[in-house]
Design a protein around this ligand. Structure first.
Ligand code: F6R
Length: 611
């Protein structure tokens, strides 16, 4: 999704802005641009369709010089990805703005501004903001005040960075519904939609809150004002994930690096959260025990891959904790007339913590009488974290590949900790708790063993690259893993894939099975194994080629059209986590063979901050 970088520095900012944009590339975008204020207060702009490299080429041909500038990667929502629609947008030659989010009342505002003589040159909603800001600046002659007046007229979501040639040593930023951070340097200040963009210049950040307006100016301290216009002292946080996440570390793609990080990621998600025989409820916050002890059921809301993690948790919460759970995609939940029984906990899952639908669902839920809200999230300081009663950080470190991998496994670990915590308060058998705790400790080792199958999985993937469709099957808590496997294959290889609970096959999808339809299945050794085997026979009898990832103890022979890959045995409670890995690797290798853009698949964005 769109990305913002801004800098007020003691040096030329072109390089800082360009590097910031490169670091935001993973979010997905289709054009990029930059505006820099020169020391003689002229506003110069470059924009280009396509990758940041295209903008860089244009800057090579005509560099921008100046110590104040803003830059942007745009993911098209209003108007096609053209140079005219790319940000920064200007009003005349004086003011430039970059914007993330969507302005819902842009048509009304545009009509009003046109009637006042402003001329529009793009199809974007953002250009409305540029002219509104210019109008307010003409009235107030003060950029901070102009931003305050203008944002009061906007409906929708925004993160903004604005510069004006009449105040050439400052930038004003504002946020509501879209993230924006201030990078605090030494005598310099920066703005970005994601701290990753600024790590080469600072590791100290202020996470702006909803409605905040900020002024960064050369030689002056950062000034933050809340929605009511009151000056606020916001704390400065040191970024603790290190900068290693922004490099591929010798891997061909971020996605492959992130898949291989999963043993450490699982260990980090568990660190300090287990006692000898139990999960520590306090990991969810000091209020957790008081809230959890009232919980009789759980509503889980998320999108995409995070939603799939929620679906696994439903099986776990019901089977191990004896607690009913309902799981729903956020874009449906938020518009539904939801009935909330007494004692219901509201849980959101999100890698980014900024997904617009999930955030809106949380805000909607706050008015619905839940006993509390819990966010399981990977980004500290994100909106979801700040607005929830309880939080559990997944500790996966920044995920750069658009397709979520390590964030998913860390969410599953967090959800197992939730299951054990709620289970403990709901009378879950103590020795079963201890067994699962022990199994969690050995999980990183089992994951490392599965990663050792990478070469064999790469060989299997050769059977896919030419296919147009694939079916994924699973049963019980592995049905969501099949859904996740199909989503991964779709999004990075563009092969159409569907997932079904294996028992549903004969109710329709079996009609699709022939020798051109690869069928991928996960077969842990659980109570549904024999039933799954019968379903696989049904596929084989119709000529479908089977790719089965099975527990090492499962009796299932390799044969013509039946490929079996053995996984180490784990406690069945944790098998969904382990069986995720081969499906991630399979999609990855199929995509590499097809030559797609693995880390930035077409049309997708890392952080979906618009509805
Ligand atoms: C798929 C993927 C998306 C996200 C979804 C929710 O690989 O990454 O489906 O899972 O957009 O994002 P978060 O978890 O940030 O709320």
């Amino acid at each position: 999704m769109c990305g913002i970088v801004g800098a007020v520095a003691e040096r030329n900012v072109q390089g800082i802005l360009l590097e910031g944009l490169r670091r935001l590339e993973y979010r997905g975008y289709d054009s990029a641009g930059m505006a820099v204020l020169s020391d003689d207060a002229r506003l110069n702009r470059r924009r280009a369709v396509g990758k940041v490299a295209a903008l860089e080429a244009s800057l090579d041909a005509g560099p921008l010089e100046g110590r104040v500038g803003i830059a942007h990667t745009r993911w098209a929502t209003h108007g096609r990805p053209t140079e005219q629609n790319a940000h920064p947008h200007q009003s005349g030659e004086s003011l430039a703005v970059v914007h993330n989010g969507i302005i819902e009342n842009h048509e009304t505002l545009k009509a009003e501004l046109e009637s006042q003589g402003y001329v529009f040159t793009s199809q974007t909603d953002t250009e409305v903001i540029a002219h509104l800001l210019a109008r307010e600046f003409n009235r107030t002659q003060d950029l901070l005040e102009a931003v305050r007046q203008a944002v009061a007229l906007l409906d929708g979501a925004y993160a903004l960075a604005v510069t004006h040639r009449s105040q050439p040593s400052l930038i004003v930023g504002a946020r509501k519904g879209s993230p924006l951070v201030v990078g605090v340097g030494i005598g310099e200040s920066f703005l970005a939609s994601d701290p990753l963009a600024l790590l080469p210049v600072t590791d100290r950040f202020i996470y702006l809150q909803e409605g905040d307006v900020v002024r960064i100016a050369r030689g002056e301290p950062v000034a933050v004002f809340d929605a009511a216009g009151e000056r606020q002292e916001r704390s400065v946080h040191t970024y603790e994930h290190g900068d290693g996440a922004a490099t591929k570390d010798g891997y061909r793609h971020f996605m492959l690096k992130e898949i291989h990080e999963q043993p450490q990621v699982v260990a980090a998600a568990l660190e300090g959260r287990l006692s000898e025989r139990r999960a520590l409820i306090e990991s969810f916050g000091s209020e957790a025990e008081a809230i959890f002890s009232q919980v009789r059921q759980v509503h889980i809301v998320a999108c995409g891959t995070s939603y799939h993690a929620g679906l696994v948790a439903r099986y776990w919460l019901e089977k191990y904790a004896g607690i009913p759970a309902q799981v729903e995609v956020a874009s449906e939940y938020r518009y539904r007339r939801v009935v909330v029984p007494d004692g219901t906990l509201f849980v959101t899952l999100s890698q980014s913590g900024e997904t617009a639908d999930t955030l809106a669902a949380l805000r909607f839920a706050r008015e619905r009488g839940y006993v509390g809200s819990l966010a399981i999230c990977n980004v500290p300081g994100s909106s979801l974290v700040r607005e929830s009663d309880l939080t559990l950080m997944t500790q996966a470190g920044p995920e750069i590949g658009v397709a979520s991998t390590k964030a998913f496994t860390s969410q599953l670990v967090a959800l197992m900790l939730l299951t054990l915590s709620l289970g403990r308060l709901n009378g879950m058998d103590e020795s079963r708790q201890a067994e699962i705790v022990q199994a969690l400790r050995t999980l990183p080792g089992a994951i490392t063993q599965v990663l050792g199958l990478d070469g064999a999985i790469e060989t299997l993937s050769m059977a896919f690259a030419e296919k147009h469709h694939a079916l994924f099957l699973g049963r019980g808590s592995h049905f969501p893993i099949a859904l996740e496997g199909a989503l991964k294959l779709k999004e990075i290889s563009y092969i159409h894939a569907e997932a079904y609970p294996a028992g549903e096959l004969k109710h329709g999808p079996l009609a699709l099975v022939d020798s051109e339809m690869p069928v991928i299945s996960v077969a842990p050794n659980d109570e549904l194994l024999e039933k799954l085997k019968s379903n696989l026979q049904e596929v084989r009898a119709r000529g479908g080629e089977l790719f089965v990832f099975a527990d090492e103890s499962v009796r299932l022979e390799e044969a013509e059209g039946v490929h079996v890959l053995r996984l180490p045995h784990v406690d069945e409670a944790l098998a969904p986590i382990l069986y995720t890995l081969p499906l991630q690797l399979l999609s990855y290798h199929a995509a590499v063979l097809k030559g797609t853009d693995v880390d930035q698949p077409r049309n997708l964005a890392k952080s979906v901050t618009v509805e």
